[in-house]
Write a protein that binds this ligand. Structure first.
Ligand code: ADP
Ligand code: MG
Length: 395
């Protein structure tokens, strides 16, 4: 990690074709964008570019069309939302690299916006293909990466492409993400509390191991906690447990003990017989979970214990819901932790698509100091892994 990370404010964009790699990987159902937050998060950079006379060329991937042109992954609905938010015309190209796209971009006037069609319609994007990057490079004079959520993957638009520009840097969203997460990564604020949950231990091994060296308190919930409880020899019934990760869970427990990290596991759980049960039953962790029951949320005593651990935090990182929060009977754990984090006066950060969705659902996102737009990216950043999309823009 060397070189200077310039931001769009340091770049000469006036009158120039400015390629902005944004993260418009948003959920689309029946041709409608169902969550606009990533589009909204890109507005400050786009507005900055427009106000400074740039001819703006936006590019993003969306979904997994796997190198094929699939109409259901078209960015057309995204362009419509963006036009509405910017109150400006957004010219969607038929393809990200084509003669027609080149023409639209060449004709752009200052203050106008073009949106290239889904980058992943070309296999070259995920393959980090040089030739594909060179085609994209023809469309612009200046390169800006503002797609934090895509910065952890070495794909052409974030890795091979920026190296083809002398004038390159990051956007305002990326700048904010990097500074918030960098502050957390190098935090010397104690107590530093991390809350990890979600579906799988296996998704989060790296960050779990990195955090154990830094935090004072680690709170574990969600299905991830099931694996830890099973590792302590508890019968978990039909609960989601990763049996192949039991040794890993044991070694994490041991490392936490060695490093005097206070690692808390649920003391009670909300269990039910099926995922669509209309209510759950609270069981203390010492009680037997029936062979046909599954743990779907943390219980009220656990919520209270986690709340007491969260409130005094000087730094807080939360990733992963505490239970199956999408279903009402199993949402209290996640919402309880969300409220505690919102009340905590420390430097509070959430990352992770589902955790952020939960906090948005109850309107608490504005109470956090930073809400990351990158799930996997925020985890990799905190692990301290170099991110291809950041390294490639350094000059
Ligand atoms: P994030 O997107 O915040 O990183 P994950 O994707 O790791 O979080 O996990 C979120 C998913 O985990 C949610 O769909 C949630 O319903 C599910 N989940 C959490 N706890 C449980 C549990 N105890 N049993 C089943 N699913 C769970
Ligand atoms: Mg998720």
């Amino acid at each position: 990690m060397s070189g200077t990370l310039r931001t769009i404010r340091d770049l000469a964009i006036d009158g120039r074709r400015t390629f902005i790699r944004v993260d418009f990987n948003v959920p689309i159902e029946h041709g409608q964008v169902t969550d606009k937050s990533r589009i909204e998060a890109s507005l400050p950079t786009i507005r900055y570019a427009l106000e400074h006379g740039a001819r703006v060329v936006l590019a993003s991937h969306c979904g997994r069309p796997k190198g094929k042109r699939k109409p259901e992954y078209s960015l057309e609905p995204v362009g419509a939302v963006l036009a509405e938010l910017l109150r400006a015309e957004v010219l969607l190209t038929d393809d990200c690299i084509s003669d027609a796209a080149g023409k639209i971009v060449a004709d752009l006037r200052e203050g106008q916006v073009a949106l290239l069609e889904n980058l992943r319609f070309h296999a070259g994007e995920e393959a980090n293909d040089e030739g594909f990057a060179r085609e994209l490079a023809k469309l612009a004079d200046v390169y800006v990466n503002d797609a934090f959520g895509a910065a952890h993957r070495a794909h052409a638009s974030v890795s091979a492409l920026p190296k083809l520009f002398r004038e390159r840097g990051v956007g305002l969203l990326m700048e904010q993400e990097v500074s918030a997460l960098e502050r957390l990564r190098t935090a010397n604020a104690h107590p530093y509390v991390a809350v990890l949950g979600g579906a799988k231990v296996s998704d989060k091994i790296g960050v779990l191991e990195a955090l154990i060296d830094r935090v004072d308190v680690l709170l574990i919930g969600g299905a991830m906690a099931n694996t830890f409880l099973a590792a302590q020899g508890r019968a978990m019934g039909k609960s989601l447990v990763e049996t192949d990760k039991l040794p890993l869970a044991r070694s994490v427990l041991q490392r936490a003990a060695d490093r005097k990290v206070k690692l808390l596991l649920p003391v009670d759980l909300v269990v039910a017989n099926s995922l669509d049960a209309s209510s759950g039953q609270v069981l203390a962790v010492g009680d037997e979970i029936g062979a046909d029951q599954m743990a779907l949320d943390i219980g009220p005593k656990t919520v209270e214990a986690y709340r007491q651990a969260i409130l005094p935090a000087k730094a807080l990182f939360w990733n992963g819901p505490m239970g199956l929060f999408e279903r009402k009977p199993f949402s209290e754990g996640t919402f309880g932790v969300a409220k505690a984090g919102a009340e905590c006066p420390g430097f509070t950060v959430i990352g992770g698509g589902d955790s952020v969705a939960a906090v948005n659902q109850i309107g608490l996102a504005p109470q956090y100091k930073h809400v990351s737009t990158g799930g996997g990216a925020s985890l990799e950043f905190l692990e301290g892994r170099p991110m291809p999309g950041i390294e490639a823009v350094r000059t």
